[in-house]
Ligand binder design. Structure first.
Ligand SMILES: [Cu+2]
Length: 173
C-alpha cells in the first residue's frame, strides 16, 4: 500500500512540475538553435599553443616543432609582414611524412580558390592548415599530432614560398 502511495505522490509531483517538462521541451528545441553556437565552442583552441610568424622575407620564425605522438596542438600563424595578401599571403600547412613535395606544390599553386591549399586533389596529404593570411592577420588550427613518430613537413603553400624556404618540420617523438 505504501508503495502505491509513493507512486501516486510521484505522479502528483510529476503533474505539479509539468511546467518544468515544458521548459525542458523548450530547451530541447534550443539545441537546434544553439548548434551554431557549438561551432565557435569547437574553435576553443585547447591544444598546446604554438605561435608562428611569417613575414615579407618569406620565412617562418619557427622551423622546428616537437610534439608527443597524438599530442593536441594549437598552431597560430601570424602574418607580421606589410605586403598585400594577393602578392605575399601566408598560410601554414602540415603534410604527411615522406611526401613527394613537387606534385604537392604544383597542386597548391593551382588551388587559388582554396587559399592555395589543394584540398580538392591532395586532401589525403594534408594534416592541418590555416587560412591564407594578409598583413596583420592571424589564424589558428587545432589538431592532434600524428600518432606515428616521424618528421612531418610544414610549409607556406603560397606559390614560390616553399622554394624560398618558408617551411619547417614537426618532429613527433
Ligand atoms: Cu608564405
Amino acid at each position: 500500500m505504501k508503495k502505491t502511495l509513493a507512486l501516486m505522490l510521484a505522479v502528483l509531483v510529476g503533474g505539479c512540475s509539468s511546467p518544468t517538462p515544458s521548459d525542458t521541451g523548450a530547451s530541447s528545441a534550443a539545441p537546434g538553435a544553439s548548434a551554431p553556437a557549438a561551432a565557435p565552442a569547437a574553435v576553443t583552441h585547447d591544444g598546446r599553443a604554438i605561435e608562428i610568424t611569417g613575414n615579407d622575407t618569406m620565412k617562418f620564425n619557427i622551423t622546428e616543432i616537437k610534439a608527443r605522438p597524438g599530442e593536441k596542438l594549437s598552431v597560430t600563424l601570424v602574418n607580421i609582414g606589410t605586403t598585400p595578401k594577393f602578392s605575399m599571403g601566408h598560410n601554414w600547412v602540415l603534410v604527411v611524412a615522406g611526401i613527394d613535395i613537387q606534385p604537392f606544390l604544383v597542386a597548391s599553386a593551382e588551388a587559388v580558390t582554396t587559399d592555395y591549399v589543394p584540398v580538392a586533389t591532395q586532401k589525403d596529404k594534408i594534416l592541418a592548415s590555416t587560412k591564407l593570411l594578409g598583413p596583420k592577420e592571424r589564424d589558428t588550427v587545432t589538431f592532434n599530432a600524428p600518432t606515428t613518430p616521424g618528421r612531418y613537413e610544414f610549409l607556406c603553400s603560397f606559390p614560390g614560398h616553399y622554394q624560398v624556404g618558408m617551411r619547417g618540420v614537426l618532429i613527433v617523438e
